[in-house]
Design a protein. Sequence first.
Length: 397
Amino acid sequence: MSSVALKEYKLGRLKRYAEQYGVDILIASLHENITYMTDFICVGGTMLHRTQTYSVMDMRSETPSLVIGYGEAVAAYERLGDYHYYCYGAFQYDCVKKPDGLARAVRNLGQACFENAEIALVQAIKDCGLSKGRIGLDESIVTIQIWNYLRQRFPQYEFIPAASLFSEARKIKHPEEISYLECAAEIAEKSIDAVVRDMHVGMTEKQMEARFNHEVYALGGSPFFCVATIDIRTANVDTVNTDLGLTEESHVRFDLGCDYLGYKSDISRTVAIGKAAVRIKEMYHWIQEGEIAAISSMRPGVACEEIFDSAVKAVRKGIVDYRRHHCGHGIGLEIYDSPSVAPNVKDELEENMVLCIETPYYILGWGGVQVEDTLQVTRNGTYRLTKTSGNLIEVQL
């Protein structure tokens, strides 16, 4: 276990890459990057995607500030307490006559509200007190209008895109982050087991999703996504579940995950009802061989493209026309963290990266099979964060 606390670890990672990029002020716009910098979880911004939220850090003083809509001031103060807030907007809270604690603090923030996010962000940058230098602006959500507006207001600064800076910083996980990812994986796996135990003829895709979500909540997680497709629809990727029901000869492809304290899981399992058809067994055997080959090749120093090649080569021993654009990805605050296990990706694995390895196969008009597991890169190989078997699951109803 690292002796460095998570907060200091994340700050150290941001400082490292800010120095590498030559950044004096770092601004996050993506919700997950804001969480990484400040620990604030942007619930309002998640619901309203056009809501502007930023965190601004002067890399000299290492002090972050938060630019938020005033409606989120209570949530921010509950989470962070006294902080450098720049609230904006017309949202209104009423307040008791003699407030104290949180009520008084949020009332005071409301009395100093800026008209809009742009003006608040400009003030946060001004308060860094930098006469000239380079600003790393996370372009993930920033519009071209805001980018140009900031460049016009601060001609003395050089603005550079910083999404890749955050991506690099978040690649290597702290042990505490890994423990959250392991919990997220455990919750998802136990929730899959609950769905499988409750399977019955006529159970629909929507009902499987509802059962999964119910179990996730019961185990202390938050539902994130659940694709639970049946038969011909198992070839439909990232789809909406329907009223299609199970038969005594169905097969099901689960691709799902949950959230635990902001960290995600992403797991896939395939279930055959009754005696699995020969075609399903054969296809599943070969995609599982691909996953096994990929995992076996994982260790520090190995390039992601090599892991991809190992997976595809193994699957093609049985499915000669197998094609994939990737066979895995990092996971963390985002379901798709860096790096990607894909062709021409030269990124080399490092200790304490966490990746999902997957080798799905989809045939439109017939169906699909999939297996996906989550692994921590260790000094000598990998440690499985998913604990259940990746074997084809066969269920008698």
